[in-house]
Design a protein around this ligand. Structure first.
Ligand SMILES: NC(=O)c1ccc[n+]([C@@H]2O[C@H](COP(=O)([O-])OP(=O)(O)OC[C@H]3O[C@@H](n4cnc5c(N)ncnc54)[C@H](O)[C@@H]3O)[C@@H](O)[C@H]2O)c1
Ligand SMILES: O=C(O)C(=O)C[C@@H](O)[C@H](O)[C@H](O)COP(=O)(O)O
Ligand SMILES: [Zn+2]
Length: 373
């Protein structure tokens, strides 16, 4: 941390695709400085930016990014999509391609996502595919996006049957995190991000999990020093995993999918946007912990601690009333999970707090037992 500027940088080490995550507070008006540095490093000289945002983030945040770039003599264009999960669709992607064509965007046009995970995944997918790939920068504005979705290069949209079924790996040139943007984030969306934060503790870092337990009040009050630590540590952990297995080939990156086999099925079946991604992940992680316990991999204390922390930060641990799902439907959706190989489901399960592994030998009967509990 640089005490003068109160900013810090986490490096994602990916050889020629390496990049910085700049973390600061109250610095959005200066974001063009980071963008210019990243553009220069990658020899992007066109100075044309296509900013993608949503209706809730446009003012003040995307407008501030646009102003910062204009002040630095960039030509800027703004594309506003409807807020919410349903914007991760082919229809919205097509509309963004049309706007890129209208402005005669080329291979050097910089796409900048200013928003939560939805805007980041969507804009990143457009950046990965327009003219076979244009440079891309992430300015995440939700906690979830600051701790998870803006880092690692997974971009994509949903299919009616399954989450993120259409997508690509397309790393950003850089990620600009301004923690003060979270001041305007609605409570439900803030809590959603905490699910992915708890995930890092369970899968990779027992000490971080204990820190979260000890700082529940700070988390609930969005205490700036707690948030700063949580965001920086989450980015460090994700950066390490992504650097070790960028394309999720060896199974190492799959640890980030803890709880997601359940969660993605729930999101699709309850209707996109009914449960937030973070809520679905919170419930899915409890299911995964329960599954691990019943398989005899962990004792009951892991699920108990995970449930207690999840509840303490106001996240659900069970599906809400009104979202009663048929087991066969959930299993069918799970089989669309990207970890599935030859029809065989794979689950990321803990073997102790702070460590998870990918298991291919999970009995469907055990999964059904969890679903009916
Ligand atoms: N690519 C990845 O690695 C990855 C990782 C995790 C999640 N995701 C994806 O991220 C998505 C969820 O992201 P999310 O939770 O950020 O949801 P989101 O993008 O829908 O944002 C949540 C809500 O907050 C509003 N908002 C955003 N920033 C705001 C701000 N600063 N002030 C006021 N309102 C603000 C948005 O308009 C939206 O209504 C899901 O689609 C999920 O699949 C992707
Ligand atoms: O970055 C990853 O890898 C993750 O799995 C992070 C998850 O939190 C995120 O929800 C991701 O989009 C899920 O990826 P998917 O490949 O299961 O669609
Ligand atoms: Zn997730």
């Amino acid at each position: 941390m640089n005490p003068k500027t109160d900013s810090q940088t986490v490096r994602v080490k990916l050889g020629p695709r390496s990049y910085d995550i700049d973390i600061a507070s109250d610095q959005l008006a200066a974001c063009a400085r980071s963008v210019e540095r990243w553009a220069q490093d990658r020899e992007v000289s066109a100075r044309q930016a296509f900013i993608v945002t949503d209706a809730n983030v446009h003012k003040p945040h995307a407008a501030a990014v646009m102003q910062s770039l204009q002040d630095a003599n960039w030509e800027t264009h703004l594309a506003k999509v409807p807020a919410g999960e349903t914007s991760k669709s082919l229809t919205v992607v097509a509309g963004l391609y049309d706007q890129l064509v209208d402005i005669q965007a080329g291979r050097q046009t910089l796409v900048i996502a200013v928003g939560g995970g939805v805007v980041g995944d969507l804009a990143g997918f457009v950046a990965a595919t327009y003219t076979r790939g244009v440079p891309f920068v992430q300015v995440p504005t939700t906690l979830l996006a600051q701790v998870d979705s803006s880092v690692g290069g997974k971009v994509g949209i949903n299919h009616a049957q399954g989450k993120n079924l259409i997508g690509a790996f397309h790393q950003p040139l850089g990620v600009f995190i301004d923690t003060s943007l979270l001041d305007t984030l609605p409570e439900r969306d803030y809590r959603s991000g905490l699910a992915e934060v708890i995930k890092y503790g369970v899968i990779l870092d027992e000490e971080f999990f204990a820190y979260l337990e000890q700082n529940v009040e700070g988390l609930n009050q969005r205490a700036p020093e707690v948030l700063r630590h949580v965001i920086a540590r989450s980015c460090e952990l994700k950066a390490q995993v992504v650097a070790a297995d960028e394309y999720e080939r060896t199974g190492l990156r799959a640890v980030l999918n803890y709880g997601h086999t359940f969660a993605h099925a729930y999101e699709a079946l309850c209707g996109y946007g009914e449960l937030t991604h973070g809520e679905a992940v919170a419930i899915g992680m409890v299911d995964a912990a329960q599954l691990a316990e019943w398989r005899g991999q962990v004792d009951g204390s892991l699920a108990q601690r995970q449930i207690a922390l999840t509840e303490a930060v106001g996240l659900p641990t069970r599906l809400p009333e009104g979202c009663e799902l048929k087991q066969d439907d959930v299993i069918a959706r799970m089989k669309l999970d990207k970890k599935t190989v030859a029809g065989q489901l794979r689950f990321v399960l803990p073997t102790r707090l702070g460590h998870v592994e990918v298991f291919t030998d999970v009995d469907e009967a055990d999964v059904r037992r969890v679903l009916s509990s």
